[in-house]
Ligand binder design. Structure first.
Ligand code: GLY
Length: 296
């Protein structure tokens, strides 16, 4: 996150927090709160989600999202969708109105359309900033003689900005949602961690609600969201478990990323092993937002 994007990120997560809080304040469900929060960030071109996402190798936006209900373990996920402005809305429809959990590509778009969600053109999701970013990246990759130019732990600039939310409602239920455009210059059809249960997102009232951001391949291999929830179920606090997850990611696979965690008692954990990650949280007593350090 370059210096000149810091304010936009703080602004974006604060807006998302407000949208989620509005749901909770009127007694709404955690599931609705995380959906509304993530929609705000999908609509905000600052982030790698929805319009303004990183482009894949073909210059297209290809989106993944998951939403999960900690009370029932119901979940809905979409992968590699190209014509949905808000993939989390389609994921929510899958959770609520389908016996299945996961739809990909055209099948996911068809499911969304059949359930009242308008499809857009892929070009509607592409912005000039990202066209230029891809052009510069591919030019540099060509110079290195490697058109795949896979992300590495040294390159935290090409797999960031996935968005996520966790929430606890008055009924004591928790939920999580995660949405992403994935990594810059990814191969078409590449799916990241974000829409996979237990990798980029997880919620279970018996443990925690978790959302991750960062380089998806290592996060997937470690099933990191579930790994973190298991630490909490074993009696550890979210703050410690979030930090441990980031240590594990770095030590085991040299991965980079960030994580937000919430347990049904309302304890939170926020951690990242990248230089920056935008976060914001609110409780009945306190509201905070930040970008650089881990929060309590
Ligand atoms: N964490 C987003 C991705 O790697 O797709």
């Amino acid at each position: 996150m370059p210096d000149d994007m810091v304010d936009a990120h703080i602004h974006g997560v604060t807006n998302a927090l407000a949208a989620g809080w509005r749901v909770l304040e009127r007694g709404g469900a955690a599931l609705d709160a995380v959906e509304e929060a993530v929609v705000i960030m999908e609509d905000d071109e600052t982030f790698d989600a929805g319009r303004g996402s990183f482009l894949n190798r073909d210059g297209k936006v290809q989106l993944d999202a998951l939403i999960m209900d900690g009370a029932t373990l119901r979940a809905g996920g979409v992968g590699c969708v190209e014509r949905l402005r808000n993939p989390v809305r389609a994921a929510r429809k899958i959770l609520s109105e389908s016996p299945h959990v996961y739809f990909v590509a055209e099948g996911a778009e068809r499911f969304a359309a059949e359930h009242g969600i308008a499809l857009c053109k892929n070009e509607d999701l592409v912005i000039p900033r990202e066209v230029e970013r891809l052009r510069a990246y591919q030019a540099e990759a060509a110079q290195h003689g490697n058109d795949l130019f896979a992300p590495s732990s040294d390159d935290v600039t090409i797999s960031h900005d996935t968005v996520g939310a966790v929430a606890l409602d008055r009924a004591g239920n928790i939920a999580a949602a995660t949405s992403t455009g994935g990594t810059l210059n990814k191969a078409p059809g590449r799916l990241g961690d974000s829409s996979l249960i237990g990798c980029g997102c997880y919620a279970n009232n018996e443990s925690a609600a978790v959302s991750t951001t960062g380089w998806g391949e290592p996060i997937m291999k470690l099933v990191l969201a579930k790994w973190t929830a298991d630490r909490i179920q074993a009696g550890n606090l979210p703050e410690w478990s979030a930090q441990e997850a980031m240590n594990y990611l770095k030590q085991r696979l040299d991965g980079h990323g960030g994580i937000i965690v919430l347990n049904p008692e309302g304890h939170i954990g926020i951690a990242h092993n990248t230089p920056r990650m935008a976060w914001a949280y609110k409780t009945v007593r306190k509201q905070e937002a930040g970008i650089e350090k881990s929060a309590p």
